[in-house]
Design a protein around this ligand. Structure first.
Ligand code: FAD
Length: 531
């Protein structure tokens, strides 16, 4: 029996905790309450083959096309072939997917060749999954710590001198403390809060990726962020699911013209990056004014039954989408990159697994196929737990890109180091008074403007200069938001450096100064802290 610590209570963390608790002693750490996560807000659904007119081979093919040449084929194969079994697990754990008769109801989303997206409660899929899994984890003997923040991952040397996981440093209202562990399963999600416009909730600040980087783990594909084309253009944003376009809604500009038909044969259902950039160019051409999503042809009763959450959100902003087109804008949505793993969720640090959005398994490549992320979370969380107790290969996860892969070394804006506790003197580097404490809104605005939908060498270099001119708040006086700001600053550096290093456009990474996709560059960029 191992001592397992799971970080995060989205779909990946909850599944990992439920499954690991059958054979191990499990502690679950989550920084808000159990139900708060990106998972809770997922709308469209979860992609998996569940009908005779669809095949795993076609799901694989669609995923590879969306991934723009950067998917790790073995991970895609695992994702699509093991997906249907994991859907059955969710049903057994109490998730009630919508049905048509005996069969699952199936939606069509962008770049899927078949209707294969299962949903729950219409457009409340994430809440349906999260509620069922929260109940399931509470029914286990998992020790649950809500409102507890992962600060850092602790490592120690094994007999051969290799670093391995020793536990985690966490922070709560009582201060910082250490929890010893044999295994840490990171399931702390993405980092949408890096950008001014995002569909992600406030908890999504990339803490797990930053902690893994400080602990010495290798990251990969961090330059690839997916921008969702359609968030309601209102303060705070609200996602308007791809499924709305899948059902037939169209995008129109200020002149009332459909513009996507001229940009891609799949028009509104083209891959997300293409739709998002199409919208951005229209917005630039119309003085920044949002474009409109016209769902009026779908009818009032269909819209309120199929999309109850979106209908309610529109009403709360005084919009009636059954009668009028609604204003939409792109927003940061999903991080393809993260902590590099192999097909079992193993990172480059023995004992440290990463599952869900925090991980870079290679299953999404340079661009995620819609509704493949909830699926990836359950498939790889399940695999990670089933791998506990197995030997840790020397080359995990480097075998994915080859031992000779180009590893970029990152000079950290803040040193990795011993646990920092309230009252402890700040390190010499973080006390460097020639720099200013980072301001989150300024950082998010800069990342949106310079490292968002379209990037150039000039904007990326000026972003890095500004990042180096900022420092995190003094560790001696940090509260939750200050820890988050420190992590966002570090990840902004990692993302910008990787974006600068990729001299091409591919998937979610678009360079105005390198617009072509270069076949020879179809390799992940990996990044680690400078030793
Ligand atoms: C609005 C919206 C709609 C979406 N719709 C879909 C969809 O239809 N289909 C689909 O496949 N995907 C969708 N996605 C993406 C999908 O929801 C996520 O990729 C997926 O839920 C990630 O699950 P996860 O368990 O890895 O992370 P999350 O669900 O983000 O959970 C991360 C957890 O980690 C915790 N945490 C973070 N930092 C710390 C810390 N420092 N210490 C302790 N705990 C921490 C968080 O509080 C949270 O509980 C959507 C995302 C959004 C935002």
């Amino acid at each position: 029996m191992s001592r397992v610590v799971v970080i995060g209570s989205g779909i990946a963390g909850l599944i990992a905790a439920v499954e690991a608790s059958r054979h191990h002693s499990v502690t679950l750490i989550t920084k808000s309450n159990l139900a708060e996560s990106n998972t809770h807000y997922a709308q469209g659904g979860i992609a998996a083959v569940s009908s005779d007119d669809d095949t795993v081979a076609e799901h694989i093919a669609d995923t590879l096309v969306a991934g723009a040449g950067l998917c790790w084929p073995e991970a895609v194969e695992v994702l699509c072939s093991e997906g249907p079994g994991r859907i059955n697990d969710l049903v057994a754990l109490g998730v009630e997917f919508d049905r048509q008769g005996e069969q699952f109801a199936r939606g069509l989303e962008a770049a899927h060749s078949h209707a294969r997206v299962l949903h729950a409660g219409g457009d409340a899929t994430g809440a349906g999954i999260s509620n069922a899994l929260v109940a399931a984890v509470r029914a286990t003997n998992t020790e649950i710590h809500e409102h507890t923040f992962l600060v850092d991952i602790a490592t120690e040397k094994d007999a051969t001198g290799r670093s391995q996981v020793a536990g985690v440093h966490v922070f709560d209202t009582t201060g910082t403390r250490f929890i010893a562990a044999d295994i840490v399963i990171l399931a702390s999600g993405g980092a949408g809060q890096l950008f001014r416009h995002t569909t992600n909730p406030a908890v999504t600040t990339g803490d797990g990726v930053a902690a893994a980087l400080r602990a010495g783990a290798v990251l990969s594909d961090v330059e690839f962020y997916q921008f969702h084309p359609t968030a309601l253009a209102v303060p705070g944003s609200f996602l308007i699911s791809e499924a709305v376009r899948g059902e037939g809604a169209v995008l129109i500009n200020a002149a009332g013209e459909r513009f996507m038909k001229a940009l891609h044969p799949l028009a509104e259902l083209a891959p997300r990056d293409i739709v998002a950039r199409g919208i951005q160019s229209q917005m630039m051409a119309q003085g920044g004014q949002p474009v409109l999503l016209d769902a009026t042809a779908l009818g009032a009763s269909f819209l309120s039954e199929r999309f109850p959450s979106i209908s309610a959100a529109c009403r709360s902003y005084g919009l009636n989408w059954a009668t009028d087109p609604i204003p939409v804008t792109p927003a940061a949505h999903y991080w393809m990159g993260g902590v590099a793993t192999d097909d079992w969720g193993r990172t480059s640090i023995p004992g440290l697994y990463a599952v869900g959005e925090v991980a870079s398994t290679g299953a999404h490549g340079a661009n995620r196929l819609a509704s493949n992320s909830l699926l990836e979370s359950i498939v790889f969380a399940h695999r990670a737990v089933s791998n506990l107790g197995q030997p840790w290969p020397e080359d995990a996860p480097a075998a994915r890109w080859g031992a000779q892969g180009p590893l970029r070394e990152l000079e950290l804006t803040e040193p990795a180091g011993p646990p920092r506790v309230l009252g402890e003197p700040a390190s010499a580097q973080s006390r460097n008074l020639s720099t200013q404490v980072v301001d989150r809104v300024e950082l998010q605005t800069m990342m949106w403007d310079n490292v968002g939908l379209a990037r150039t060498r000039t904007t990326l270099e000026s972003t890095l200069d500004q990042i180096h001119a900022w420092r995190p708040a003094d560790p001696a006086h940090r509260l939750f938001p200050d820890w988050e700001d420190a992590n966002l600053l570090l990840l902004a550096q990692a993302l910008t450096e990787s974006a600068l290093a990729r001299h091409e456009s591919r998937g979610g990474h678009y360079r105005l100064d390198y617009r072509e996709t270069i076949p020879a560059l179809a390799r992940p960029i990996t990044i680690a802290r400078k030793a």
